[in-house]
Each structure stands twice: as C-alpha cells, then as structure tokens.
Ligand binder design. Structure first.
Ligand code: ADP
Ligand code: MG
Length: 591
C-alpha cells in the first residue's frame, strides 16, 4: 500500500507541470458527475406530472430539461476525457525521452546487466501502461467516485432509510475489490518480463535470420518462441480471469440490494410515503450507482499494471549514470597512454580480464596487441575509453589520470573502428559525419576518398544521399568498414583504436581497407588489435598478451628471434591469419 503510494507520488511529478490541464479535466469531470443525479431527478416530474397528472407544461419542460442536461454532461465528459488524455500522453512522451536519454548515460556494465528485450519493452510496453494508469484510470476513478458521491447524496436526501441498504452492501463490494486486486500486480509484473522475453526473441530472430536458416533451427526457434507466447497468454488470462470475476460478483451484490429496496419501497408506496415518480427515480438512481462502482473495481487492473510498469521504469532511472566527475580539461591530446599496474575483472566474473598490466605508449606510436582469443585485448582497448573502469591501477593520457578528464572530452580523443561498425539508418554522408553535425560536404567527400570508399559511394544511384538501411544492411561488410574508417577520418582524433577492424573481411576488401588505414594511422597514436600479419608487421611494437597479462613486447623481428610466445602464436597459425598478398604464414615460417 505504502509502496503504491510512493510510486504514485513519483508518477505525479510527471503531470505536475501540466496541473492546469489536470484541473480543467477534473472540473469537467465534476460537472459531469453532478449532472448525473439531476438527469435521474427528471424521472419524477416525468412520471408524476407529465404521465400521471398530464400537465401540458411539464410535457415540454421535462424532455427539454433532459436534453439540456444530457448535452451538458456529454460536453463535460468530452472535455474531461480529452484533457486527461492530453496530460497522460505528455507524461508518456516525457517518460519515454527520459528513459531513452538515461539509457545512453548508463555504463556499459549496467547495460550488460539487462537484456535488450527488457530495455525495449520498457519504452514500447511499460510506459503506455503507466500512461493509462495516469489517464484512463484517473478519468474513471475521479469521475466515477464523484458520480457515486453525487448520486449517494441525492439518494440520501430522497429516502435516507432506503439508502442505508447501500451502506451495508458497499463495504462488501469494497472487500471483493480488495480481494481481487491482491496478486494482480505480481501477475502484471510477470507479464511484463515475459513481454521483454518476447521482444528479445523477435530481436534475435531478426538479427540471426541467416544463422537460423543455414543451421535449420526454425523448429527450435518456433518452439522457443511458442513457449514464450504460451506463457504470456496464460499469465494474461490469469489477470483477465481475476478482473472479469469482479464484474459478475459486483453485479449479483448490486441486484441483491436493488431487490431489497424494491421490497421495502413497494410497501412504502402502498402507504403513500413515495409517489410513483419518486419511487422510479430512486430505483433508477440506485441502479446507476452500481455501474460506476463496477467500473471502479475493474480499473484496479489498469492501475496495478501501470504501477508495475512504473516500478520497472523507476528501477532503470535509479541506476546511476556512469561516473563523470572529471574537471581536468584537455583540448587535443598528444597521445601518450600509460597503463600503471592496471587490473580489471568484469562484473560477476571470477577471473580478471586484465591483470596488473603496465605499458607506456608514446605519441605517434603504433602498438599491435596480439594473443589468443580471450587474452584481454578488447578489454584493454575498452578500458582506455572508460567503457569499463579499472578496479586497480591507473591509466593516464598525457600524464593525466583518465577519470579526471570529463568523459566527453576524453572520448573525443579517440576514433574507434571495431570489427562491426554500428551504422545508423540514415544517408551515407550523415553516417560519415556522425557526431560531427557541422562537417562540410567537402570534408565528408575527402574522408570518403581517404577511406577508399568513394568508388562504391559514387556507384550508388543517390551517391552520398543514399540511405543505407538499418545498421547499414544494404552495404557489404567491407563497405561498412570503410564508412567506419571515413568516420574516423572526419573525427580526426589524435588516438586511433582498431579492434580487429579487418578481421571480418575477405582478402580483397581487407587489402582496400588496410590501404586506407595506413593513411589514417599517420601522425596518430594507434592501438591495434589484429589478426593479420601484415597489420601486425606495420606496427612499431607488438605486445603479446596472455590471460590479461603482457608476456612479450618487441618488434616483429625481435620477437621472432626470441622464438617465444609470438613465434609460437605465428606457427600455430590459429590466431594470426595469413594474408595472401604479402607475408603469408609459410613465408614467416621460412624466416
Ligand atoms: P580478446 O579481445 O583478447 O579476445 P576480451 O578482452 O574480449 O579478449 O576478453 C577477455 C576476457 O574477458 C575473456 O575471458 C572474456 O570471456 C571475458 N569477457 C569479455 N567481455 C566480457 C563481458 N562483457 N562480460 C564478462 N566477461 C567478459
Ligand atoms: Mg577481442
């Protein structure tokens, strides 16, 4: 109960700015509520004056009054509904933006702690639920509560002793409502996490379509998805059953009350305590009071769903953004990187990915990192950009500890080309100038030339204005990679991080991409994780890693002569892929 209250209090912060529309909506609802008993009151003159006494004036007055009240009530209801929907949709928009923006501020470890399906379904599914709890639910709660109160006062004023019957039935109905609502929220929460699983499965299906087809795992995926869909249906049905049971139960109770009233009131009518008009008006009003009560019992489901959604949204919003407390400003780094006894373990892992590693990389130097897969090369590169925080030791950029530099400034010193560049569903030029809105067309074109991308871009019907589809799926791997390199050219950062930038490419694309990389590496500090011998040999120094530690450092020739880990790595031929054009493995072995 207290928990729900706290959730609601926090939610109300989102509609606070729009209080005047909320007030308007409530006023409109109050008007509609007050007009409801007035409408019922017209039954009395209708029966007593028009129909029984045949009063000519009443024959006109009564229908006209009914029409006027009905129009007033409808207009008020319309205003009340639209205004409250407006407020809730504003809140939905605000929440969506806040969640989206917050997600970008979270550290990569926080992201890894959640499935992407969960992240997606928050924005697509949970937030609208919160929206309905803020609007539809409140329209019903406010309007119906007011209507009940208004009708009740009218009844009490007309025949207080009959009204006492409602007072007996009321608490029973309330008890039924409470009973039904327990457990409903848990069910809703389960439903939400199943929804996330479903989103995740669809995402995986779309991303892994080729794998699914080639491995022939349609049946497996079908049954996996079928299971999720079935569990979601069962849970949804559970909620549906609970909330549907509410309606007939309340109805039975309501009609029991009406029957008792009819019994008592008929005997009162005999003794002329109520006119026929008063009697019918009373019964009608009483029947009307149960409809809003019934709706109120149903609305609980909506509110509980909204609260469950709110809970999951606030859980995300409460995750702290990645720390960014640095105050040491830098313009353009010289590019010296120093690792001092750095150790790092991924969250919830026992073995460290980097162990007590020390290394100094001079400005303008190209250092290649090689080692078996899982030896920590990618992790090391990720630490420099503070994608993850080292637990021990220090990393310094130009002699300044990186955590004392504002994140944005630190990251602007790096251009990153990974194995698979993330491209956005936009034009080629927008993708090249990504993050640099003010890049001039000439700059973009120049970068495309430097990245050897200009030929394929020109061959596209719309050139630089060609849209490349979600994650660039209308381009080949080599073309995507060259766009990523063009992007790095435009960014013109002093330090270049290449993490297996060419390992996913075939030999021909690799050759083209490598040529453009040679240009990009000029006058920059470069950390390159590479499998290709040619890339490795171009480097000033080679760092051989094993289990998060450096086991050897030197030039290609030095390391070959030492005949240690590097030589073994080369001769194993597993991790260092030969290049057909130059420096093949066999050639290396001959040396
Ligand atoms: P490399 O790039 O040399 O192949 P990585 O730096 O990717 O190696 O991985 C180093 C170690 O850290 C491996 O044991 C790997 O399983 C683990 N690891 C990598 N990424 C994560 C992650 N996001 N969460 C947990 N463990 C990870
Ligand atoms: Mg790696």
């Amino acid at each position: 109960m207290k928990e729900s209250f706290l959730l609601y209090r926090r939610l109300f912060a989102y509609i606070k700015h729009y209080w005047w529309v909320s007030v308007l909506s409530m006023l409109a609802m109050a008007t509609a509520a007050v007009l409801t008993p007035l409408l019922m009151q017209q039954i009395k003159p209708l029966l007593d004056e028009s129909l029984i006494a045949r009063n000519a004036e009443a024959m006109w007055r009564v229908p006209l009054t009914i029409l006027c009240i009905a129009i007033g009530k409808s207009v008020a209801e319309y205003i009340g509904n639209v205004a409250s929907q407006w407020v809730s949709n504003k809140a939905v928009e605000d929440l969506r933006r806040e969640v989206f923006n917050h997600q970008m501020k979270l550290s990569i470890s926080s992201h890894q702690a959640q499935t992407s399906g969960r992240m997606l379904s928050r924005i697509t599914y949970d937030i609208p639920q919160v929206g309905s709890a803020l609007s539809t639910a409140w329209i019903v709660v406010i309007q119906d509560s007011l209507t009940i109160v208004a009708l009740f006062f009218y009844l009490f004023w007309k025949a207080w002793h009959l009204t006492l019957i409602i007072l007996v039935i009321g608490p029973v109905i309330a008890w039924v409502i409470r009973k039904a609502s327990t457990g409903m929220r848990n069910s809703n929460r389960k439903q939400q996490s199943q929804m996330a699983e479903m989103t995740c499965a669809v995402e995986e299906q779309l991303a892994g379509l080729r794998e699914i087809k080639i491995f022939g795992t349609q049946k497996h995926e079908e049954s996996r998805f079928g299971n999720i869909a079935r569990r979601l249906r069962l849970e949804t049905m559970r909620v549906a059953r609970i909330s549907s049971l509410n309606v007939p139960l309340v109805q039975v109770l309501a009609f029991a009350a009406v029957s008792v009233v009819i019994l008592i009131a008929s005997s009162m009518a005999k003794s002329n305590l109520l006119t026929p008009g008063e009697f019918v008006a009373f019964l009608g009003t009483m029947a009307m009071i149960f409809e809003p009560i019934r709706r109120l019992t149903n609305i609980n489901a909506t509110i509980q769903r909204g609260l469950a959604g709110a809970q999951s949204i606030f859980e995300l919003l409460d995750i702290k953004p990645e720390p960014d407390a640095g105050t040491h400003h830098i313009e353009r780094a010289r590019g010296e990187i120093r690792f001092e006894n750095v150790s790092f373990t991924y969250p919830e892992q026992s073995d460290p990915a980097i162990q007590n590693l020390s290394l100094i990389i001079s400005p303008g130097e190209t250092v290649a990192f090689v080692g078996a897969s899982g030896s920590g090369k990618t992790t090391l590169v990720a630490l420099v950009t503070r994608f993850f925080e080292a637990q021990a030791g220090r990393i310094l950029l130009d002699g300044v500890p990186i955590e004392t530099i504002p994140l944005q400034e630190l990251r602007s010193q790096f251009a990153l080309v990974g194995q698979a560049a993330a491209l956005f569903d936009d034009t080629i030029s927008a993708n090249i100038a990504y993050g640099l809105g003010d890049a001039k067309p000439e700059e973009i074109e120049h970068a495309a030339i430097q990245a050897n991308a200009i030929d394929f871009i020109r061959a596209k019907p719309q050139g630089f204005s060609t849209r490349i589809g979600t994650n660039g799926n209308q381009l080949s791997g080599g073309q995507r990679q060259r766009l990523a390199i063009a992007r790095a050219f435009v960014k013109n950062a002093p330090i270049l991080l290449l993490d297996e930038a060419t390992s996913a490419l075939d030999n021909e694309s690799e050759r083209v991409v490598r040529e453009s990389l040679v240009e990009l590496r000029r006058n920059r500090t470069v950390l390159v994780v590479a499998h290709r011998l040619t890339t490795i040999r171009d480097s000033h120094r080679i760092v051989v890693m094993d289990k998060g530690q450096i086991v050897e450092i030197g030039t290609h020739e030095e390391l070959l002569a030492a005949n240690g880990a590097y030589a073994r790595l080369l001769s194993s031929g597993e991790d260092v892929v030969a290049d057909d054009a130059e420096g093949t493995l066999t050639e290396t072995r001959r040396q």
